[in-house]
Design a protein around this ligand. Structure first.
Ligand code: NAD
Length: 284
């Protein structure tokens, strides 16, 4: 029997836990966790994502600021906003909605976020701590941490598993690679530059697909009994969202599989909320 991994349900449970933590922080310390989201331009997907983030934060009782800039904003203006929130004690988490217009230097902006407010975990200081498997508190990529939460909900252990990740992005795949290695999985990453991708996918106990190619993966590429995590979000001409995995085909062989929508997506936002409260607690 195939389990369809219910990301919405797990995200809801996580949000309930986060709400309890928010209420406790308010009651015991008088702290309201605050998040500032910076949105540049009017990319329709980014507008929807930032709105959902803001609504969820408000629902959980947090302070939420959406700072909007026109698409031709200068680097200096965005930097100024980041410096402002770095120095605002009511803001514990700062997020820059990606992708940014090409004229902006994304790396410089991410590096300008104070590491202790870098809720997406993309600042090189936090990336380095994750890579080195350092002890202590630091934020990591919300999508990658959300995937780990899903895996822990459906699998007894990650240790010893063969994992193949399709894609090698710095936003999802590389932080996920570190999180998995830190839990003693054996991780292989493949990309467009890899010959014979099927060899790696067929050996995977856990297959994570983050390629951004609709219905790329079919059942004959997947090991029987595998856990398949589909990160892809692809909007088709008919406006339907589909993942990178051919869900109906692959669910015939997978033991656990995420749907799109309703799999990884809700976990990204729930983890963002979880990590905002983490930052408020760690830096109080
Ligand atoms: P990306 O788009 O930056 O890069 C894609 C990677 O996949 C590259 O490394 C490329 O080499 C590899 N790739 C592409 N086609 C391939 C193929 N045919 N075979 C092997 N490798 C291939 O990666 P990203 O930013 O991680 O985004 C990937 C997908 O995940 C996108 O659809 C994006 O929208 C989605 N995404 C979803 C969430 C979420 O919350 N669910 C979060 C972030 C990204």
């Amino acid at each position: 029997m195939t389990n369809v991994i219910n990301g919405r349900k797990i995200a809801k449970q996580l949000n309930q836990e986060t709400k309890t933590r928010v209420d406790k922080l308010k009651k015991e310390k008088g702290i309201i966790p605050g998040i500032a989201v910076i949105l540049v331009g009017d990319n329709p997907a980014s507008v929807i994502y930032t709105r959902n983030k803001q609504r969820t934060a408000e629902k959980l009782g947090m302070k939420s600021i959406l700072k909007k800039f026109p698409k031709d904003v200068s680097q200096a203006e965005v930097l100024q906003a980041i410096h402002h929130y770095n120095n605002d004690p009511t803001i514990h988490a700062i997020l820059i909605q990606l992708p940014l217009p090409k004229h902006l230097n994304q790396t410089e902006l991410i590096e300008a976020i104070a590491p202790e407010k870098d809720v997406d975990g993309f600042n090189s200081k936090n990336v380095g701590k994750l890579y080195n498997n350092e002890d202590g508190h630091y934020p990591v990529s919300c999508t990658s941490r959300g995937i780990m939460t899903l895996l822990h909900s459906y699998l007894d252990k990650i240790e010893g598993k063969n994992v193949t990740i399709i894609g090698r992005s710095i936003l999802v795949s590389r932080p996920l690679q570190s999180l998995l290695i830190n839990e003693n999985a054996t991780v292989t990453m493949v990309s467009l530059h890899t010959d014979n991708i099927d060899y790696y996918t067929k050996h995977a106990d856990i297959l994570v697909v983050a390629a951004g190619k609709p219905n790329l993966i079919k059942k004959d590429q997947v090991k029987a009994g595998a856990t398949v995590i589909d990160v892809g979000i692809n909007r088709m001409a008919n406006h339907h969202l589909v993942g990178d995995v051919d869900f109906d085909d692959v669910k015939e062989v997978a033991e656990n599989i995420t749907p799109v929508p309703g799999g990884v997506g809700p976990m990204t936002i729930a983890t963002l909320m979880q990590q905002t409260v983490d930052l408020a607690e760690w830096n109080k």
